[in-house]
Design a binder for this molecule. Structure first.
Ligand code: UDX
Length: 445
């Protein structure tokens, strides 16, 4: 099927490539011509494991095209996927819908045949209906429908999440749009991927509800970590024991530095703001608490470091391992690791950051921090090592080797990713989050 995709960011680029991989003819438009040029040349403008090869293979099929002409992308397509960002507004918690509105306007200015506009972006509930209402008041020359088909992909596993999703959600009031969506995803449906068809508002809600649930689960275990710290208990063991309960499940139950990135933090804030607009603020007031618990974990790491340094960061060298908001990504939006690094820098420490993929993005966001290309340079002569993002290469670090580089063998494992006794036995003073039983000093702080 001939399809158009608007937005060649993380979501749009991966989604379009997967659609072409499934056999469709896909043309992608983005307002940023440099992004389009890179993707057309087979160079992803972001890091995603396996994507570069997958992109090259799919480009070679001749079915995937990146174009800086909106008209070329939109004309003749039966479905137009809106895959643009919905960041947090500068001066409020609400979502900034300017990119969605502009993608919609671009489609309407170029549409030339009966087709459906399909939203994939995460939007406040009611957005799709507002777009549908515009079509009712300004009837276009050709038949145009609106549908919402939320995306659940995670950075780091984006291709697998798109081609083998837990479920597909089709929100539409139109039978023909639903039929077209079923055809687009026909291969996945025949593979047995479950799907839910629903109205526009419910489809929008599925996405924000899912992200709110995941954020709540993470903050729940991080709240337990706070209690473990004062009750001399161990959140890692607690999480393991809870996770065996099928009703609870072990995923998204890792206590640590909490959630960040371009989705979870801003989506729960936007959801609260939207609930407020709808007069239902109380229903999700707990999300404010989820946000606060999440941000408190970052403060906890800084206060642990302060206690280790007896309150004085001046003259102290700190290595922060990890800048991305999570492993296998170069995304530093609302990154917990980077926020901790910046806070310690502000307090007077000399902070050296290492990340296998995110140094450049981090440098743009926090240019005053020092970025290192190797773990060795980051750790040389430091008084403290903080593990901020649990990249696989950090998990296999040799504590004896790193111990020879540092000035003082002190570690804060802010992701509970390292083997505490192994590091301890190698002469390290190890601190972690939610492990009140681990170290007498952790309890005192
Ligand atoms: C999330 C949703 O999972 C995805 O469905 C949606 O489409 C976009 O937002 P993503 O932001 O890529 O995806 O990351 P995810 O893997 O969900 O992790 C989010 C954050 O939670 C990361 O900062 C991660 O480190 C943190 N996290 C995750 C925890 O702190 N503990 C956990 O147990 C799991």
């Amino acid at each position: 099927m001939r399809l158009s995709v608007l937005g060649a960011g993380y979501l749009g680029a991966v989604h379009a490539t997967c659609l072409a991989h499934l056999g469709h003819e896909v043309k992608v438009f983005d307002v940023d011509p440099s992004k389009i040029a890179m993707l057309a040349a087979g160079k992803p403008p972001f890091y995603e494991p396996g994507f570069e090869t997958f992109l090259a293979e799919t480009l070679a099929s001749g079915r995937l095209h990146f174009t800086d002409s909106a008209q070329a992308a939109i004309e003749g397509a039966r479905l137009h996927f809106i895959c643009v960002g919905t960041p947090q507004q500068q001066d409020s918690d609400a979502a900034d819908l300017r990119f969605v509105n502009s993608a919609f306007d671009t489609i309407m200015a170029n549409i030339n045949c009966a087709s459906t506009i399909v939203g994939k972006s995460t939007v406040p509930v009611g957005t799709a209906q507002r777009l549908a209402d515009i079509l009712i008041s300004n009837v276009p020359a050709v038949r145009v429908k609106i549908a919402w088909n939320p995306e659940f992909l995670r950075e780091g596993t984006a291709i697998e999440d798109t081609l083998n999703p837990d479920r597909l959600v089709f929100g539409t009031d139109s039978e023909s749009s639903e039929k077209d969506l079923m055809e687009v995803y026909g291969k996945l449906l025949s593979d047995g991927i479950p799907y839910v068809t629903t109205d526009l508002a419910t489809a929008e809600m599925v996405k924000v509800a899912a992200n709110s649930f995941l954020a709540t689960k993470i903050s729940f275990i991080n709240a337990m970590a706070e209690i473990c710290e004062v009750a001399n208990a161990d959140v890692v063991t607690l999480s393991r024991a809870l996770g065996y309960d099928d009703r609870i499940g072990k995923r998204y139950l890792n206590a640590g530095l909490g959630f960040g990135g371009g989705c979870l933090p801003k989506d729960i804030r936007a959801f609260s703001a939207r609930a407020g607009e709808l007069g239902a603020a109380d229903a999700v007031s707990f999300l404010r608490e989820i946000d606060k618990i999440n941000l408190r974990r970052r403060e906890r790491v800084v206060s642990l470091a302060a206690a280790i340094f007896s309150g004085n960061f001046f003259g102290k060298n700190v290595a922060v391992l990890g800048a991305a908001f999570k492993p296998d990504s170069d995304d530093v939006r609302d990154s917990p690791a980077l926020s901790v690094a910046a806070a310690m820098h502000v307090k007077g420490a000399l902070v050296r950051v290492h990340d296998p993929q995110a140094n450049e993005n981090a440098r743009q966001r926090f240019p005053t921090l020092t970025y290192c290309d190797s773990i060795e340079t980051a750790c040389a002569d430091v008084d403290l090592v903080v593990l901020g993002t649990e990249w696989a290469e950090y998990k296999i670090l040799d504590p004896l080797y790193i111990g020879q580089l540092v000035r003082d063998r002190v570690l804060i494992d802010a992701r509970n990713a390292l083997d505490w006794s192994f590091w301890s036995d190698s002469g390290w003073d190890v601190h972690a989050l939610g492990r009140g039983n681990m170290h007498p000093r952790t309890r005192e702080i």
